[in-house]
Design a protein around this ligand. Structure first.
Ligand SMILES: *[C@@H]1O[C@H](CO)[C@@H](O)[C@H](O)[C@H]1NC(C)=O
Ligand SMILES: *[C@@H]1O[C@H](CO)[C@@H](O)[C@H](O)[C@H]1NC(C)=O
Length: 414
């Protein structure tokens, strides 16, 4: 019989093989999200009100009612549920509570307050044994399509965050760090399909997902000797096994990524190198390296414990984002901690998914990226096309996706 059960199974297998074989070329025509849906790998948990994390915290001073109003609306309009964590004023941080090594250093009051607020969130995550939490600063902005962006990100992060099911049970990023000039790179469509996490949709083996920043670098060749510190003040651990892995996951054809000329961390910044390295509308997921600003980062339970130990009890030497940068870069890797110790797993994304919102005529804030850029005329949010903040009036009025304003429309081609 021609249409026997067996024949149908064989025909299906051939179809699936053909489909898998032609994946990379197909991806040029469909968006990464359509691709995920076609394969049924879209992690539907990420569509929930906490974006697939156990909880979302927003750090905000109670007296900044203006920021709380704006964040409340931005969250609700994005179908997201947030929990406040009160910001801490520097003057309220007693000398005796800061880690010992901070005494000799002149840590600013602002940095002390910010440090304490972030430690308070980590403490809460640890105390409640949360599997994961997303931590936002109260001026963070995002694209109204953030849920689908995170579905794509979660898949792209797995080569870093999810050990292979077969031996050697390590993330692919660790297996692909080899000794060449060219860093290893996988396209979104080449990610093996057997990386299926149990604990969180973002993977089971990670510490930090740095989703909102004001600058990051693609990790440098991990076999070269450590670079001398320049500019950022960051250095490289001398032990190569402690440096961030070099793998890049490229997500081509992402319609939520602006063209290269719009890729910059603030209005006065130079354009990101990413725009020159990749075709337009490419997003790259990679290990965190020299990342700064903490507009948005997620921690796993393990990551929260490690960070609370390191920075609640041991170290307070700089602004929180700079300490987190160095921690992710592997600089706190003390060999004395023994064999079991592992380099932190911090994954980031360029361009970022969350970004600092530069409000209209906002009070100058010296800690803002760009040195407190204030523009009374023009509000903006770097990197974010369908910004929730900039479309808030329309969203409140019930506008649909097609009625929203794109901050960075593509150049018209003639
Ligand atoms: C959203 O999904 C995550 C991951 O499955 C889960 O931990 C979290 O509790 C969910 N949030 C809500 C509000 O159900
Ligand atoms: C914390 O949660 C993990 C699972 O996520 C569980 O195995 C562990 O027993 C919990 N610890 C406590 C103290 O409840």
């Amino acid at each position: 019989m021609l249409f026997s059960h067996r024949n149908v199974v064989i025909a299906l297998a051939v179809l699936v093989t053909l489909f898998l074989f032609f994946r990379p070329s197909k991806l040029k025509e469909i968006s990464p999200l359509q691709y995920l849906r076609a394969l049924g790998k879209e992690s539907p948990e990420i569509l929930n009100s906490t974006l697939g994390f156990q909880q979302i915290f927003v750090i905000s001073l109670p007296e900044r009612s203006d920021r709380r109003d704006a964040m409340t609306l931005a969250a609700v309009l994005s179908k997201i549920d947030v929990t406040w964590i009160d910001g801490v004023a520097g003057k309220d941080v007693l000398d005796k509570v800061v880690p010992g090594d901070a005494y000799d250093k002149s840590i600013s009051k602002g940095n002390k307050g910010s440090w304490r607020a972030h430690m308070n969130v980590l403490q809460r995550v640890v105390k409640s044994n949360m599997t994961s939490a997303l931590i936002l600063e109260d001026d963070a902005d995002w694209d109204i399509r953030v849920k689908s962006q995170l579905q794509v990100f979660a898949q792209a992060a797995r080569p870093f965050t999810q050990p292979t099911p077969k031996k050697p049970h390590k993330p692919i990023a660790d297996l692909l760090t080899y000794d060449t000039q060219m860093p290893p790179e996988l396209s979104f469509a080449q990610i093996p399909s057997d990386l299926v996490p149990k604990l969180t949709p973002y993977g089971d083996d990670w510490d930090v997902l740095w989703l909102g920043h004001c600058g990051t670098e693609l990790p440098k060749n991990s076999v070269l000797p450590p670079a001398t510190p320049e500019g950022t003040g960051s250095t490289t651990p001398s032990d190569p096994s402690q440096r961030p892995p070099q793998l890049r996951i490229s997500i081509p054809g992402d319609p939520t990524v602006p063209e290269a000329r719009h890729l910059k961390a603030h209005p006065f910044a130079l354009n990101d190198a990413l725009g020159e390295l990749y075709p337009p509308h490419t997003r790259i997921v990679h290990a965190s390296s020299a990342t700064t600003c903490t507009q948005a980062y997620a921690v796993s339970q393990r990551g929260a414990r490690k960070l609370l130990w390191q920075f609640g009890l041991q170290t307070l030497t700089a602004g929180w984002d700079l300490m987190l940068r160095d921690w992710c870069d592997g600089l706190y890797a003390a060999p004395a901690e023994g064999k079991g110790r592992k380099r932190p797993i911090c994954v980031t994304v360029s361009p970022p998914l969350f970004s600092h919102h530069f409000g209209k005529g906002a009070a100058s804030d010296i800690t803002a990226p760009g040195g407190g850029f204030v523009n009374k005329e023009k509000e903006m949010t770097p990197y974010v096309r369908l910004s929730v903040r900039l479309n808030m009036g329309r969203l409140v009025a019930g506008a649909g996706l097609e009625d929203l304003v794109d901050q960075f429309p593509d150049e018209k081609r003639v």
